[in-house]
Every structure is written in structure tokens, then in C-alpha cells.
Design a protein around this ligand. Structure first.
Ligand SMILES: [Zn+2]
Length: 183
């Protein structure tokens, strides 16, 4: 049976809608770059979707003593999406320190810090350690040095909502009460 022309009209309409969305500055699923990553042993996996090319996305080097000890470089995109997947939840250490407003997810098996996550008003936001991405060399901006020591808890949560990546965490749930830091 010959094509009726309906599918041709539909795909023309889809192309037109894509052009319209792009001209309005709205990213579509097709515009998003997708990067995969994981901790060293693979217990924690991530998929980072960003609306920006890797070479243009800003990186941050947080001055806090946790990030400096891990040598992590933070990447986040408030217009993107991050998925964190844990294979064995019991092997994920949710480390909290300072104001204890976020869980820093460290793999208990291999010791890699993957991402920090926090819940704000029923939504989850995260910042990713760029070093866990397979394509980390494509993130070529020099990291901005940042220091959040002077923030109140409210300021910190507001900043994360503004600049961190909307996230979902699968296979692991934040504990109800914050675990105590040693010492
Ligand atoms: Zn691991």
C-alpha cells in the first residue's frame, strides 16, 4: 500500500516544531548532550544530560576540605538532568558534614566520591564530580575557585536549587536522620 502522505506531513510538522522550539531558546531532548559515568568499581553509575556543549559548561572547584581532599571538580546544569543509579544501596555512604544539608555519595567499595544530592521542596538537586564521567576530557573550562564557607543553611539550599542539576537517584534513598561525621 503506498504511503498516504500523512507521515510525510507529520515529519515536516515535527521539523517545523523543532525549529520553533530552538528559535525560542527552548532545548529539546535532541539538543541535549548525554554523558555516562561511574565510580571506579561501577556500584554507582551516572547519566548527566546537559543543554550545553561539554567544552562550554562551567566547572567549579569548591574550596571545602572534603572536595579538596578528593580533588573533585564540580559540574552542574540547572537546565540539565542527572540520574544516579546505585547497584547495592548498602555500599553507598551518604556522608554529611558542615551544615549537613546534602548527602555526598561515596562508594564504600572503591572510595570514589560521585555526586552530592539534596532534597529541596520535594525535588532532588545534585552536583556531579566531573572526574567520574567517561568523557571528562571534553569538559575543558578551567574550574572557577569557589568558597561557600560564609553561607547560611538557607542561602546554601537556595544556591543549590538555582545552580545544581535536577536529579533522580535510583536504588538508594537518603536516610531519615543524618549520619554523624567522625570526630
Ligand atoms: Zn565504587
Amino acid at each position: 500500500m503506498p504511503p498516504t502522505g500523512f507521515s510525510a506531513r507529520t515529519s515536516a510538522w515535527r521539523r517545523w516544531m523543532l525549529l520553533l522550539q530552538r528559535s525560542l531558546g527552548r532545548g529539546t531532548a535532541e539538543d541535549r548532550m548525554r554523558f555516562e559515568g561511574r565510580c571506579h568499581c561501577g556500584n554507582l553509575e551516572v547519566t548527566f544530560e546537559t543543554s550545553q556543549p561539554a567544552a562550554g559548561i562551567p566547572l567549579r572547584e569548591c574550596a571545602c576540605s572534603f572536595c579538596r581532599r578528593h580533588g573533585s571538580t564540580a559540574v552542574a546544569d540547572p537546565a540539565g538532568r542527572l540520574e544516579v543509579r546505585a547497584r547495592v544501596a548498602a555500599e553507598v555512604s551518604p556522608y554529611r558534614f558542615g551544615l549537613r544539608t546534602a548527602d555526598f555519595l561515596v562508594c564504600r567499595i572503591c572510595g570514589v566520591f560521585v555526586a552530592a544530592v539534596c532534597d529541596v521542596g520535594g525535588a532532588t538537586y545534585a552536583t556531579l564530580n566531573c572526574n567520574v564521567l567517561e568523557a571528562r576530557e571534553r569538559f575543558t573550562q578551567s574550574p572557577a575557585r569557589v568558597n561557600y564557607d560564609g553561607e547560611t543553611a538557607d542561602e546554601r539550599i537556595a544556591r543549590r536549587r538555582r545552580v545544581w542539576t535536577p536529579a533522580v537517584v535510583r536504588g538508594w534513598r537518603a536516610p531519615a536522620s543524618p549520619p554523624m561525621e567522625p570526630g
